[in-house]
Design a protein around this ligand. Structure first.
Ligand code: NAD
Length: 360
């Protein structure tokens, strides 16, 4: 047997189609009477529609959320919230917008609600990543956990297929690392496996028909579970590598996860039997033919990402070849847990393959 600790979630989750209409009653249930609605510039329409729904309970909108939660944007948003007398924030968007909401909560204590529109999963975690200057710092702060998350599949129908794929692979990365997390527990393991099943079966359907509500709901369900895993157990080498690549070379978040994941899976596979068995089961489950073909989960993931049209090479994301050495050094610099001990040569070797788009 294995001893374990399981942390429950305090976040209320509402899931379905048309659920955005419940925002006024969910805000009221939290006692929120002056809600500041947040979004990126691209999602101003969705933010405005949500503010309209809130009617008199909307204090206003701040629609300048930006990738990687720059501190200067947060400061403007906090000033705006104060000038409007906001008593809560509501993020309509992906990890960038939800990150802004968390940064506001960390500074003001205002409670946050969210309508997530990607598969990144930030809404289910106490993790706050912020950028100051060119440095991104990530902290776990229980006080930034969201109070209420309303998943409305209808809001995800506009997420372009290419973004849906990399965002879905980002979610799969949370689930894969939860399967072998040092502090994994039976509930997290179940959620991670279920997340992978849902994402593997839904993403090809989302690519074929982005307006397929059933497929979208399945992907969003997997994303919720994967985000919950990210929030409850510790991550390992994969998340460390992506953090270094994003922070040092400004590579795009979800795309980087998509490229790196098969390579880290290949590296960790010899030290994570149970996790690999569950991942293999999820991938084979989508396609009876795969049950007959090879059983290497890293190769199968690489193939799946390729079939979905995801990027497979770090060089295509703008990473300089000369950066491989520096990245390998940064990845091994500070100690963190991984199922297989990590050394610089090994990281350099798999980053070289990932840079060139080679198989893991
Ligand atoms: P994002 O929030 O940056 O969104 C990408 C783009 O897609 C934006 O322009 C956005 O407006 C647009 N978009 C989002 N949903 C859309 C929809 N349904 N229709 C049309 N356009 C839509 O991307 P992301 O991948 O969700 O988030 C990435 C950020 O989140 C990174 O900064 C990452 O570090 C952070 N993140 C944090 C955590 C955490 O737990 N703290 C977890 C995952 C990601």
């Amino acid at each position: 047997m294995r001893n374990f600790v399981h942390r429950g979630q305090i976040t209320k989750v509402v899931f379905g189609s048309g659920t955005r209409d419940r925002i006024p009653e969910e805000a009221e249930a939290l006692g929120c009477r002056r809600v500041l609605v947040l979004s990126t510039p691209d999602q101003t329409d969705q933010a405005e529609r949500t503010a309209d729904l809130l009617g008199a309970a909307a204090a206003g909108a701040f629609t300048a959320a930006a990738p990687h939660t720059p501190v200067e944007v947060t400061e403007k948003a906090v000033a705006h919230a104060r000038s409007l007398g906001a008593d809560s924030v509501l993020a309509v968007g992906g990890g960038s917008t939800i990150g802004l909401g968390k940064a506001i909560t960390a500074r003001t204590g205002l409670p946050q609600l969210a309508l997530p529109t990607t598969y990144a999963g930030s809404e289910m975690t106490p993790i706050l990543g912020e950028t100051e200057g060119r440095r991104k710092k990530t902290r776990r702060l229980p006080e930034v956990l969201l109070r209420t998350v309303v998943y409305d599949v209808d809001l995800t129908l506009t997420l372009p297929p290419a973004v849906s794929v990399v965002s879905g692979l980002n979610a799969m990365a949370h689930a894969v690392e939860a399967l072998y997390a040092e502090d994994r527990d039976p509930v997290a393991f179940l959620m991670a496996g279920e997340a992978l099943d849902a994402l593997v079966r839904s993403l090809p359907r989302v690519v074929r028909r982005p307006d397929d509500t059933e497929a979208r709901a399945d992907a969003l369900y997997g994303a919720w579970l994967a985000g919950t895993c990210l929030g409850t157990v510790g991550m390992a080498l994969h998340h460390k590598v992506c953090h270094v690549l994003g922070g040092t070379f400004g590579l795009p978040h979800a795309q980087t996860h998509a490229v790196v994941l098969p390579h880290v899976v290949a590296f960790n596979a010899p030290a994570a039997d149970e996790a690999m068995a569950r991942l293999g089961q999820a991938i084979r489950g989508s396609d009876p033919e795969k049950a007959m073909s090879g059983s290497d989960p890293a190769q199968a993931l690489f193939q799946l990402a390729g079939q979905l049209g995801a990027p497979t090479a770090l060089r295509d994301l703008g990473m300089p070849e000369a950066g491989i050495e520096q990245a390998a050094e940064l990845v091994v610099q500070d100690g963190y847990w991984n199922p297989r001990p990590v050394d610089r040569d090994a990281v350099r070797a798999f980053l070289t393959r990932a840079w060139a788009g080679e198989t893991p």
